[in-house]
Ligand binder design. Sequence first.
Ligand code: ADP
Ligand code: MG
Length: 886
Amino acid sequence: MIRPTKGKTPRRPVPKKQLNNQKDPVGVYCRVRPLGSEDEECCVEVISNTTIQLHAPDGLKANRNGEFKETQYTFKKVFGLKTTQKELFDDVAKPLVEDLVHCKNGLLFTYGVTGSGKTYTMTGSPGQGGLLPRSLDMIFNSIGPFQAKRFVFKPDDKNGMEVQNQVDALLERQKRESQQSVPKTPSSRQKLDPEFADMISPEDSSKAEGVDEDSSYSVFVSYIEIYNNYIYDLLEDAPFDPIKPKWNGTGTPLRHNTEFIPPQSKILREDQNHNMYVAGCTEVEVKSTEEAFEVFWRGQKKRRIANTQLNRESSRSHSVFIVKLAQAPLDADGDNVLQDKNQVNVSQLCLVDLAGSERTSRTRAEGNRLREAGNINQSLMTLRTCIEVLRENQMCGTNKMVPYRDSKVTHLFKNYFDGEGKVRMVVCVNPNADDYEETMLVMRFAEMTQEVEVARPVDRPICGFAAGRRHRNQAFKEELSRRLEERGGPVDGEPPSALGQLLQSLPQLPPCEISDPADDVTFPRVIECLEKRLKIRQMLTGEYNKAANMLKSMLQDLDGKLISKENFIHDQQGKLGEKDKMIHNQKNEIDRLEKKSKMLEYKIDILQKTTNIYEEDKRVLQHELETREQRLQRELSEKKRMEARMQGFVTDEKLRWQKECERRVNAKELEMQNKLWVKDEKLKQLKAIVTENKTENRPDKPQRPSREKDRAPAKRSASPSPIPTAAPVRPMHRRSHSAGAERWVDHKPLTNVELDTVMQPNVPNAIKVTAPSEKALSKCDKYMLTHQEVASDGEIQTKLIKGEVFKTRGGGQAVQFTDIETLKQETPVAPSRKRRSSENGPNQEQNKDGDWTDVETRCSVAVEMRAGSKVGPGYQHHGYPKRRKP
Ligand code: ADP
Ligand code: MG
């Protein structure tokens, strides 16, 4: 299987990043060192294994009133005073080393003010090895037996790694050995420099799990220092000066020459995968912990000397120790490293001891040193700014430019934040109250750093060869040597030649010096011997042939087996290819699904946003609705109030108008009655004239009734009849009749309409006729005609015209009309109708009252008989018609 990407450089190339969207926050750990002496004031309290609390020192509290709060800070883990170097290593650095041997990058740095224990944590002290020596130890414990021969891996000068075969590597080694001393792995720890020997304690060594045994490994270390924003290579050999050699191979000045050569600064470059590296930086291949630490120590010494010589503030420099691990798969035999540069993977672990984070004011630096210190401060400031911008970009989705390039430290580690890898930080704290303010700043930065996320490194694809190659190869070699030993094995020195052995096994030739031509002793002896030899030779040839045949068949056998093995391998390779294809397909499928899920996530996002917008709209509309409802409610109640007021007003007005109407009707009625009376009067006078001519007997002139007298008893009188208070004007001869027993002719023409009024005119003992009848008249002395006509207002008006019956001289009957009674119907006015229609409504009480009032009024009007009127039954009916106009 061919790996898709060539991992020649520490960090993954850009396309890989797109596949990997898992992120981990920067792991921030806090270590609190013990106080320097008992009498120091302490300002840090470890509250739990993740939280510490800062207490403002008393002096500070007194100075600034309440400005200093008791603040708690939380980290991934807090290591208290009693934490051992081993405990810290197990938690913090071990996972990084494990990642390293699995081809993943890591960055570990210590941060804190000067004297807080950064160097102690990173490097350690005698007997108390720090994270660096322990990491180296773990690396070699893990890959020790699988290391490649020196120079098999060869760094190129572009941050890449080349691979060469063992022979070339051997040649190069010999070449270098002749040029200069190549460090040799010390065979035991006793040979170690006593200065650092007990920093690497072999007792509690760790080992990474799951190391790929079918790969070969090589470790390269570099050690650089960044001071005043310049990069110095601490492992660089002094520039070669043939005349005045000043440095020996280990970087120690020669005894005779103490002149110091200032180091040359290095520049940063970007490799083809956009990873940053220090151009021309020494990378030393090391084969053991001891050797690696020795190289580190060499750099350390050089650093110390440079600091002293150049009068530098050592706490103001950053030191970066880079461990590069190159690994490549073994070939199919499991014997040699696969000669394919593309198969070489390089991972790297950077161990950084940062400069003290305190502000310049704290150090008593002057002049140049102050400026330099400022620059260093600047680089930590840039680190803080970068972290802040990164955090903001990640949390707010912004895309601000991270100013990595503003300082060498951040520029060098750009790819850890941009690309992928594991980043961890140990924040060192000195609980001394003098450091309170600086410590507070450190804590704030550290807490913020935890919010930055770095892409999680992805697992590398496994090499296409069968697993267990190294193991099989070793087993094969062991078996071979065992078998060789069994067969007499390779003997020391040159094996005796087959010819020599053969010659030795033949019978010795007898001395065949012939002194006498007739010597018949020597010849036969020689002949006999030669014959014997011939026989042996033939025998040996037979044996040889037999053995050759056997060998041949054995070889054929082996050949067959080899072929079948090859077939098997071919088969397996085919299967592997299929599996590869399957994996490839599945990867594609995963890619597709990932894309789909991203798409869906995006859609969900959009939907969420839309929902939010709608919800917002809904809220606004709901609010508007509520306000409108309130307004409506208000308006409704206002309307109701208005209605009630209007109703009251209307009722008042109606009542007023009703009264007014009644008043007017009465007035009109009276006027009409008067007119009628005048007409009647005229008629009567006319009649009187007519009858006077006949009878010469004249009734008294009828008196117009006094209006006041008439109206006094009732408000609305019946038609004020022009009936005289005395008897008929001229009493005629009347039929004899007993007083009070008048007989009436009730003439109702057929054309009359039946009225449904409650009160009906009724004359007892009357002879009812529909047409004038003389016969009936002859029997009666009173006559009443019910005459109907349509009044001016369109209503039916019934008139009861009454008269007295007289016998005429000619023997007939004549009727003298004496009285007209008017029955009138009125169409009910609106309010009455309304009242009626709501008879069963809620206002029944009021209606009843109204009805009663109405009836009372009606009665007082309708059944009024004038006292003294001798005209018989009659009334004026103002009741409501049950029936409309005919
Ligand atoms: P820095 O590098 O931060 O300036 P150092 O690592 O040089 O600080 O520590 C200053 C002193 O404190 C050293 O003498 C170191 O041995 C001691 N020290 C620091 N941390 C611890 C610790 N956790 N336990 C014991 N001693 C410590
Ligand atoms: Mg230090």
